[in-house]
Design a protein around this ligand. Structure first.
Ligand code: ADP
Ligand code: MG
Length: 376
């Protein structure tokens, strides 16, 4: 059940140390919701500090499993705090012609869309990042001698098809690589935007289209990846009119719960491939980048990772925000998501119940989960 176990099976010769940047991994725990917990069991996971959390060990409820991440955002964390700590710091690189990507990973219902889009009173990463990019561009000194232009594309990867959300009638689009190894999608709409409100004007209806379609198409929105691209082109005013392009990908990934269908023994490519090849391959790519030893990062094995090849690893700046939910019904999805996100975990021999959760019926919870295991 550890996706990293898979990656480690890829043969890695000693001494291979191709230097690529790590993917920063943050975890965000959404608040506990009564209506998501029919049995009234209380939360099964909780934060410890700004980098650590613990979850009850289903094998032994007197133990917890403790995980360490680059950042942990607890249930009280605001949208602003998530943005400031995980996203804002990478944005200045876009204006220098570097690429970046921000992903929301995790099971359906754990808060990916809340984190990325948010709501009008609690805007998420996307509106904040786009606003900040405009602000950074405006703040650029006229005297520096560069002009900036900002463009957006918005696409969906569904069943390994690339679909243009700004031109909904379009068909599956091809992904290409140019001679400088930049990844591009010929035919994808790229709309120039000169203000945040112009961005909103294109983005909001396209997002709504996607949501409406989802109710008809068997929860499509939980099975597809929504990929927003913000492209900043910087052009020198004088000869030789040097041009630099920086790309920022903001991605609301498909629900990670699909992985569970492969059972508890491990993610098996043959079975999970058809379910969500892009999500599975993304986990291998992140593993391979973060273990720092793999010779071959399997970008070409799926549409999503192929698209991100120039914006994930290498000189790019990437952040994965793993969203998790505290209720027991998400237990195994949470466990899987944490195991994917974390390289290190520690079993701690200390009951979860003693501090914040006074009346948690541990025994009952344990039995329920045993039933749950044999059922999956
Ligand atoms: P996902 O996109 O991963 O399926 P959503 O973002 O739709 O999950 O979140 C599921 C529900 O939980 C929504 O009603 C959302 O508003 C709520 N929610 C998620 N994260 C938070 C949070 N950090 N604070 C408050 N409500 C949240
Ligand atoms: Mg969602």
């Amino acid at each position: 059940w550890r996706s990293s176990d898979m990656a480690q099976r890829v043969a890695v010769p000693d001494g291979a140390n191709k230097k690529t940047s790590r993917v920063r991994v943050a975890v965000r725990l959404r608040p506990y919701m009564d209506n998501q917990d029919e049995k009234d069991l209380g939360p099964c996971v909780r934060g410890l500090d700004s980098q650590n959390l613990e979850i009850i060990n289903w094998r032994n409820a007197t133990e917890t499993v403790k995980y360490h991440f680059d950042a942990f955002h607890g249930e009280q964390t605001t949208q602003q705090e998530v943005f400031l700590s995980s996203v804002k710091p990478i944005l200045p690189h876009i204006l220098k012609g570097q690429n970046a990507s921000v992903f929301a990973y995790g099971p359906t219902g754990a808060g990916k869309t809340h984190t990325m889009m948010g709501s009008s009173d609690q805007p998420g990463v996307i509106p904040r990042a786009v606003g900040e990019v405009f602000k950074l561009v405006k703040a650029k000194d006229e005297d520096e001698g560069w002009d900036y232009s900002i463009g957006m594309s918005y696409l969906e990867i569904y069943n390994e098809k690339v679909l243009d959300l700004l031109s909904p009638s379009s068909q599956d689009l091809p992904i290409r690589e140019d001679k400088d190894k930049n990844i591009l999608i010929p035919g994808l709409t790229l709309t120039t935007i000169s203000s945040f409100s112009e961005f909103d004007k294109h983005f909001v209806p396209a997002s709504l289209n996607r949501t409406t379609a989802s109710t008809k198409l068997n929860q499509r929105s939980s099975r597809s990846h929504a990929v927003l691209l913000i492209k900043v082109v910087r052009t020198q005013r004088v000869l030789p009119h040097r041009q630099l392009t920086g790309k920022l990908y903001l991605i609301d990934l498909a629900g990670s719960e699909d992985n569970r269908r492969t059972g508890n023994q491990g993610i098996r490519l043959k079975e999970s491939g058809a379910i969500n090849l892009s999500l599975f391959t993304l986990s291998k790519v992140v593993d391979s980048l973060n273990s720092g030893t793999a010779v071959r990062v399997p970008y070409r094995d799926s549409k999503l990772t192929r698209l991100l090849q120039d914006s994930l690893g290498g000189s790019a700046h990437s952040v994965m925000i793993t969203n998790i939910a505290p209720e027991y019904k998400y237990y195994f999805d949470t466990f899987n998501a944490l195991n994917f996100a974390s390289k290190s975990k520690l079993i701690v021999n200390k009951p979860f119940t003693c501090e914040t959760v006074a009346v948690l019926p541990v025994k009952r919870a344990k039995e329920d989960h045993k039933a749950g295991v044999s059922g999956t």
